[in-house]
Write a protein that binds this ligand. Structure first.
Ligand SMILES: NC(=O)c1ccc[n+]([C@@H]2O[C@H](COP(=O)([O-])OP(=O)(O)OC[C@H]3O[C@@H](n4cnc5c(N)ncnc54)[C@H](OP(=O)(O)O)[C@@H]3O)[C@@H](O)[C@H]2O)c1
Length: 331
């Protein structure tokens, strides 16, 4: 490791790397991008040339074996998160892995154990948690801005147009809940600061077996609820609301707000309404800089894999309920 910068490798030529995380690493104050790997050597070469990455490899294994890399970013299909994270950890590489961290909570724990055993950092790449607005809303809710919090309402939907997309492949860990509903679950657990006791869900299924659409409900100790819908079949919508005894906070474009200034709408009693403006930032860059700081200074990551396991436990319970026709399932 150089004194001040983490040397990153990227495993695959995934869209999210190209569009968001690779630019974020390039822009980061404490990282440099040294190599990309693809299953296809020519794809790796052209991708590296297009994105200003000096090194390229025709297999993921070759990147893991290469000298001069400290950490890898893993934006693979969900079913490949666990095997490649574990292999990277075994090579002594720190891992920032895409969301959802794995297919289930057991896999999350295996990944955490591998990171622990080999003394490397592991974090799930839920970038929206690093946006200053998310931190502000969580703080406002905790400080009583809406009174006693009783509900979190959320949605994340978009319309998938390509039939060969990884999100429609059940063997790769596709599905609306895995892909975008995981944000709704995550923000609900983050705001309410706990795991739900029970859940219910109903889903519409694609021919491939993945959930095209899913609506879920989570009940927390003390009676607070969180409910959401997610879909691969509906026009884009992403928001959450934190509702309490005295009002509610509405957060539009909640997970992908871009880099401009963003609002938090505060609704109080008798129609009172106020908009707070939070200065914009690049949530992907903030995430990679945080992770690199943890690597460079050997600090714990802000969102440890145990939290990802918690999220996955809830996702698993929601799927059990949806498959059982919406029955109440304990988490
Ligand atoms: N945080 C966010 O904002 C965000 C946004 C979108 C997606 N994601 C997450 O990022 C991950 C990747 O999503 P994406 O939409 O970027 O995926 P994608 O464009 O389909 O890329 C996935 C990459 O994985 C590699 N791969 C290895 N085995 C594969 C297989 N059997 N089928 C298809 N690809 C395979 C391919 O790279 P090579 O051919 O180069 O090996 C491919 O380019 C997912 O976990 C997703 O949940 C996160």
């Amino acid at each position: 490791m150089t004194e001040r910068r983490v040397r990153w490798g990227v495993i695959s030529t995934a869209n999210i790397g190209r569009a968001a995380v690779i630019p974020a690493i390039h822009a980061s104050r404490n990282g440099e991008l040294v190599a990309v790997a693809s299953r296809d050597a020519e794809r790796a070469r052209t991708f590296a040339a297009a994105h200003g990455i000096p090194g390229h490899f025709g297999s993921y294994e070759a990147l893991l074996e290469a000298p001069g890399i400290d950490a890898v970013y893993v934006p693979l299909p969900n079913s490949l998160h666990r095997p490649w994270t574990v292999r990277a950890a075994e090579r002594g590489l720190h891992v920032l892995c895409e969301k959802p961290l794995a297919l289930d909570a057991v896999e999350c724990r295996e990944m955490a154990a591998a990171a622990e055993e080999h003394g490397v950092k592991l974090m799930e790449a839920f970038m929206y948690r690093f946006h200053p607005r998310t931190e502000r809303v969580v703080a406002m809710a905790a400080e009583g801005a809406v009174g006693k919090v009783r509900a979190v309402r959320s949605a994340f939907t978009f319309r998938l147009t390509r039939p060969d997309n990884i999100r429609l492949d059940s063997a790769l860990g596709g599905g609306a809940l895995m892909d975008v509903g995981c944000y709704c679950v995550n923000v609900s657990l983050t705001v309410l600061g706990a795991e739900p006791e029970s859940v219910q869900a109903t889903a519409g299924w694609a021919e491939s077996g993945v959930d095209n659409e899913l609506a879920g409900m989570m009940r927390f100790r003390g009676g607070a609820v969180a409910h959401f819908d997610c879909a691969l079949t509906m026009e884009r919508c992403e928001y959450y609301e934190v509702a309490g005894t005295d009002g509610y906070l509405r957060v539009p474009d909640a997970f992908l707000p871009g880099t401009g200034d963003v609002p938090v709408e505060e609704h109080g009693g008798r129609g009172a309404r106020r908009t707070h403006t939070v200065a914009g930032d690049d949530e992907y860059r903030l995430m990679v800089e945080h992770f690199a700081d943890c690597v460079l200074h050997d600090r714990p990551v802000r969102y440890p894999p145990a939290e990802a396991a918690s999220n996955m436990r809830v996702i698993e319970a929601l799927y059990r309920s949806a498959r059982a026709g919406g029955s109440v399932v304990s988490v």
